[in-house]
Design a binder for this molecule. Structure first.
Ligand SMILES: Cc1cc2nc3c(=O)[nH]c(=O)nc-3n(C[C@H](O)[C@H](O)[C@H](O)COP(=O)(O)O)c2cc1C
Length: 443
């Protein structure tokens, strides 16, 4: 089984990652991996730390002559900031009392972690629980993507909204009046004005966004690439930036909604036969394990609870009788059955059904605040204190979208290898072609 282990502290020497049971013969493109790492570091609203780090992958094992060898892959990502932390992070020297942290920040692992592990310095918790760890997962996801690309499987991700500004956001006080079919809410005055979370009238572009977005559409892909916020609709970008600037002045933070998609996944990854073999369950775990993620929706997600069966279920069509919509020639050869809607988000009965797998994730606001808004307790003295720190991200939703994409890539790769398993890419390709022949034939 494909396995991923990560180790390393935020201000230690660096991150160590091991990927086990990865097949041989996969071409490794370091530029592709490093580009993903740099995407994880980018985005409007990030803190000063990202100016110090320039993450680069350094393979230690499992890759030779540009191809994976089948042995465990291990790699190192250096923390450049370590130079500034050498003394405080020293492996042997005793930690001076005056630099120990006793005040847990609400919203972090600080409180439960220091009690659970019986630690008298919260730094031992925050160093490892930090989202610095996601650099490992992004590089690992990129390696998985390199394998899946050989089978035409493609990933894309975008930020739909930040702090309620953007596509498909809704008024928090008016959830009963959300029109999920049209992806919007109505204001309390009953005037039928469509509004977003901040009370702003929803534009036509928002409407289009709130309905199903195809993150593989050429224009949308270009917009995401050109956006500092990885948002698919440029007209929203400036509003969000202004909002982030305001938050910066106030020392506050914000979260947002991310959409991740993967297309050309063959029918039948995952299984209905056992609870822990379901693809959707594993996707949920991989996303929820990312720092600050608070919800995962597959397809229509929460909207499903508001819909009728006749609207929700995705009717099935066959290309030989009806012709295929929205498919390139290359895809048509791989796609016999199709749907006109994708409320199931590409997964039925715990298995991929051949449609785009769509995952929507909610990221909570960054918990470290730059002003002392939050109450906490000094665990040494039991005195009431205020929690705050001076250097942190204000908004890391764009970066997190890359992390979510990587987490999805790992899970799809895990299930792909379960289905087509083999020790080399050549063996996997034989298994894959055999199965695809069975699906498209020709039974
Ligand atoms: C890409 C990314 C960057 C983050 N940057 C910060 C940050 O600068 N400051 C912070 O307090 N939390 C940051 N977080 C969130 C915390 O790591 C996270 O909220 C915390 O570890 C507690 O975990 P939980 O929110 O999953 O419960 C970031 C998360 C991600 C995914």
């Amino acid at each position: 089984m494909l396995r991923l282990m990560t180790a390393g502290e935020s201000h230690g020497k660096g991150l160590v990652t091991i990927i086990d049971n990865f097949p041989s013969g996969v071409k490794i493109d370091e530029n592709f991996i490093n580009e993903k790492l740099s995407l994880r570091q980018s985005g409007y609203g990030r803190g000063a730390r990202q100016k110090i780090e320039t993450d680069k992958i350094e393979f230690i094992s499992g890759v030779r002559g540009g191809f994976t060898t089948g042995s465990p892959i291990s790699f190192f990502i250096k923390n450049r900031d370590y130079e500034n932390w050498k003394d405080r992070m020293d492996v042997c020297k005793p930690v001076p009392e005056d630099i120990k942290i006793h005040i847990p920040r609400p919203g972090h692992a600080d409180f439960a972690g220091s009690i659970k592990y019986n630690l008298d310095d919260i730094r031992n918790v925050l160093e490892r629980s930090s989202a610095r760890e996601t650099a490992s997962r992004v590089a690992a996801g990129a390696i998985c993507e390199l394998l899946l690309t050989e089978f035409g499987i493609r990933f894309s991700s975008a930020v739909l909204s930040i702090g309620g500004i953007g596509a498909g956001a809704y008024d928090k006080d008016d959830v009963n009046r959300i029109d999920y079919r049209n992806g919007c809410a109505y204001d309390n005055n009953g005037a039928g004005r469509r509004i977003d979370f901040s009370g702003r009238t929803i534009s036509d572009a928002d409407d289009a966004a709130a309905l199903s977005i195809d993150l593989f559409d050429d224009e949308i892909l270009l917009n995401i690439r050109n956006s500092d916020l990885r948002m698919p609709f440029p007209e929203q970008e400036q509003k969000v930036k202004t909002f982030i600037d305001e938050l910066k002045k106030e020392g506050d933070t914000v979260g947002g909604i991310i959409l991740v998609q993967v297309k050309n996944v063959p029918i039948g990854l995952g299984s209905f036969t056992q609870w822990d073999e379901k693809l959707d369950a594993h996707i949920a775990m991989s996303i929820m394990s990312i720092q600050a993620m608070k919800s995962v929706e597959i397809g229509a997600g929460i909207r499903a609870g508001y819909m009728r069966g006749s609207d929700f279920q995705d009717s099935i069509y066959c290309s030989s009788s009806t012709g295929i919509k929205n498919c390139s020639d290359e895809e048509i050869t791989r796609k016999k059955y199709y749907r006109k809607t994708d409320n199931a988000g590409g997964i039925e009965g715990g298995m991929s059904n051949g449609e785009i797998i769509s995952v929507k994730c909610a990221m909570k606001p960054i918990p470290t605040l730059m002003k002392p808004y939050l109450d906490t307790v000094n665990l040494l003295t039991c005195e009431q204190e205020k929690a705050f720190l001076e250097r942190s991200d204000i908004c890391a939703v764009p970066a997190a979208s890359t992390v979510c994409e990587s987490a999805l890539a790992f899970t799809i790769c895990l299930f792909f290898l379960e289905k087509f398993g083999g020790d080399s890419i050549a063996e996997i390709k034989r298994n894959y072609e055999g199965y695809i022949g069975q699906v498209f034939n020709e039974k």
